[in-house]
Ligand binder design. Structure first.
Ligand code: BES
Ligand code: ZN
Length: 397
């Protein structure tokens, strides 16, 4: 082969391979701090500063930069992702506009705790069924465990997302998403019933379980009470709202958190991201352990790491809509569940609990946390589902 043809061949090979290597450019909105860290001195071959203020930038980047930026967001700023990709400039501007509105509206939150939806609430709480709650508890506790790092832990959360999808399939205003965490495989599952406003009401509980001290990935941890009961209670609240065809004013969020049992990790990320995003949250209801009836009281409101006004409101809901039931207050004494993650971001949170702390289920965090040790039924959790339906409807209106 003569050298001319050889050079031609090599040259075109380089051309072809370099055109394969360059990834498409993408439009992203990104926090100013993260942008400055990712592109010091604005070093990039792409367009920067399409929009920029103290908090936010709109820039173009190469898709191959995504991994580096995510990594930086996680390592340096302790957040996930840290940027948002947009199809086109119009959609990017829309998101910038929304975010600015959220951030300015957040300063003026006034929640109305009036109780005045008697007709709707009474109609809907009649629909709550014990069998549905029981079946979800049994299904979730049939996984070997729901540990945040185990395969069955991931699978159980995927099962939940598929189940929630099946409940909302006929509604185009409802989405079910798997929220990925960067440091472990189990996803947090998020349902959103879109309202007329972007303000949120959050019903949450942890989907993970734990048992044993070593080999936790493989230890049996049915977590029927802690916390299949809370997830099953949320599921029934969701089912009743969706089947009634209720169209909310505000956006109703259901969150099944990953990795609570190892330090509230999933909910910390979610609550922080809501805050960073300027989301307005009217109220958060945490359902963690709802099915062991251990006290003379039916529902016990934890008074620490929670919002007093919202707790009083829940007491009022019980008096109004569940008049046969008794309720009172107790304390966890520490940040015992995901309500604390929202509370530390400044959002009003409550944690209605199955019993006084000293009377609660002794079998949690072991292979003995089964439905049979909570009476083999979901009668206690049913009360919490009714209260949850009332909470959503009254806070929403
Ligand atoms: N559901 C429990 C919290 C709980 C247990 C409240 C007993 C009241 C009585 C939760 O899943 C849990 O186990 N929390 C941990 C703390 C968390 C930060 C890892 C706990 O209580 O030890
Ligand atoms: Zn626990």
């Amino acid at each position: 082969m003569n050298s001319f043809i050889l050079r031609l061949l090599v040259g075109s090979l380089i051309l072809i391979s370099s055109s394969f290597a360059s990834t498409p450019k993408k439009l992203i909105t990104i926090g100013r701090d993260l942008k400055e860290a990712a592109f010091p001195q604005g070093k990039s071959n792409y367009k920067h500063g399409i929009f920029e203020d103290d908090e936010l930038s709109l820039i173009e980047v190469s898709e191959s930069d995504f991994e580096r930026i995510s990594h930086l967001a996680h390592e340096k700023f302790n957040r996930c992702g840290g940027f948002m990709v947009h199809e086109n400039e119009n959609m990017a501007w829309k998101e910038i506009d929304n975010k600015k509105n959220r951030l300015s509206a957040q300063k003026s939150v006034m929640v109305d705790y009036g109780i005045n939806q008697q007709a709707t609430v009474k109609n809907l709480i009649k629909e709550v069924q014990e069998t549905n709650i029981r079946e979800v508890i049994l299904k979730l506790s049939s996984f070997k465990n729901r540990y945040y790092k185990s395969e069955s832990g991931s699978k159980s959360s995927i099962w939940l997302s598929e189940y929630w999808k099946s409940l909302v399939a006929h509604r185009s205003d409802i989405t079910v998403n798997r929220w990925k965490h960067s440091s472990w495989p189990q996803d947090t599952i998020i349902v959103e019933i879109k309202g007329k406003t972007e303000d949120k009401i959050v019903i949450g509980g942890h989907a993970d379980s734990i048992a044993g001290w070593w080999g936790r990935e493989r230890a049996r941890a049915p977590g029927a009470d802690d916390n299949a009961s809370g997830i099953a209670t949320m599921t029934e609240i969701l089912r009743v709202l969706v089947n009634s065809n209720y169209q909310p004013q505000n956006t109703i969020v259901f969150a099944a958190y990953a990795a609570e049992e190892v330090g509230l990790l999933g909910s910390k990320e979610v609550a922080k991201s809501f805050k960073d995003d300027g989301q307005n949250v009217l109220g958060v209801l945490q359902l963690d352990m709802t099915n062991f009836n251990g006290s003379d009281l039916d529902i016990v409101l934890m008074s620490d790491y929670t919002n007093e006004a919202q707790n009083n409101f829940i007491g009022g809901l019980i008096d109004t809509y569940l008049p046969g039931l008794s309720w009172g207050y107790d304390k966890c004494g520490y940040a015992c569940s995901d309500h604390a993650s929202w509370n530390s971001q400044g959002y009003p949170a409550s944690m209605p609990f199955e019993a006084k702390k000293g009377d609660s289920n002794r079998h949690i965090h072991s292979d003995r946390d089964t439905l049979s040790r909570s009476g083999d039924n979901a009668n206690h959790a049913k009360k919490f589902a009714k209260m949850g339906v009332a909470f959503v409807l009254e806070l929403d209106n």
